[in-house]
Design a protein around this ligand. Structure first.
Ligand SMILES: [Zn+2]
Length: 287
């Protein structure tokens, strides 16, 4: 059975020492436009904005106010370590990239590696975003498929169908989507891929739920597993040169206030390491 949780204590200790918050360490380019990773000042600004939003929309929810207070007090002398904190989320991502780079170097015999991306269908009737349950479902799926090793992160997006030319009945309902993304040894991935594809059927909302590509050493793939920013992903139809009919594509939009609040609550419930999944590897082995 995959380790339920990595050594949270260890990560917390590293964050408390201030590791990951600066600009030191491995770097990468991310996204479609290959931009550099966020800088400390970007996440500081994002944190201020988030705190303001939470305070404005908390109503009389004491939990949201508690989170807003924690985030507002996060600084160099005292890190809040809250999973929804933009500053701590960025630091955690950088730490994980650093740790995994070191692990891949030290355990080169396990490679080559492949990037594996899986999207399980939304559980019918689910109204809450439950990262703890998603973690368990993905762990069970990987185990059933027979994968024994890997480093993965859970990502979350709010998916919306913005194909306005289609009748309502042909468009999928907006839903939060928890997505597993990470690296596993290529030999294992090759062996379990057909089974994984059978276990996770395609749906209209997610047409290719299981994807695998070679890992070329680009750290963006490692960083993506633990990215601290989340998007609203809209499926659209787009005209394309040389094609008679518009083709399906996606575009990213910032989260709405309502989505951001649901996300903060979900991250709060999941905990600081609730998005990290180490399969067959312990934190001691990789750190
Ligand atoms: Zn923080």
């Amino acid at each position: 059975m995959p380790a339920k949780r990595v050594a949270a204590r260890r990560l917390r200790a590293m964050l408390r020492r201030g590791q990951g918050y600066g600009i030191k360490g491995p770097n990468w380019r991310q996204g479609r436009d290959k931009r550099p990773p966020t800088r400390p000042r970007d996440v500081k600004a994002a944190a201020r904005k988030l705190v303001k939003r939470l305070r404005k929309h908390a109503g009389d929810d004491p939990e949201l106010l508690r989170i807003a207070t924690a985030l507002s007090r996060c600084n160099r002398l005292h890190r809040c370590l809250h999973p929804a904190c933009p500053q701590c989320g960025r630091a955690l991502q950088r730490l994980m990239v650093r740790i995994i780079v070191r692990f891949l170097r030290a355990h080169a015999y396990l490679g080559p590696w492949r990037v594996l991306s899986i999207i399980l269908p939304v559980r019918p009737g689910a109204t809450e975003i439950d990262l703890v349950e998603a973690w368990d479902r993905y762990a069970a799926l990987l185990q059933e498929a027979g994968l024994t090793r890997g480093v993965f992160g859970l990502d979350l997006s709010f998916n919306e169908d913005d194909r306005r030319s289609l009748p309502d009945a042909d468009r999928f309902e907006p839903h939060p989507c928890v997505h597993l993304y990470g690296l596993a040894p290529a030999a294992e991935v090759g062996a379990v891929l057909p089974r994984l594809k059978r276990l996770v059927p395609a749906t209209d909302a997610v047409r290719r739920p299981v994807r695998s590509t070679p890992f070329d050493g680009d750290l963006a793939a490692v960083a993506y597993s633990f990215k601290p920013d989340f998007v609203r992903r809209q499926t659209i139809l787009q005209d394309k040169q040389g094609r008679a009919n518009p083709v399906r594509n996606t575009r990213d939009r910032p989260l709405t206030v309502e989505q951001q609040i649901r996300l903060v609550q979900a991250l709060d419930r999941a905990g600081l390491n609730g998005r990290i999944m180490l399969l067959g590897l312990s934190m001691e082995a990789i750190a």
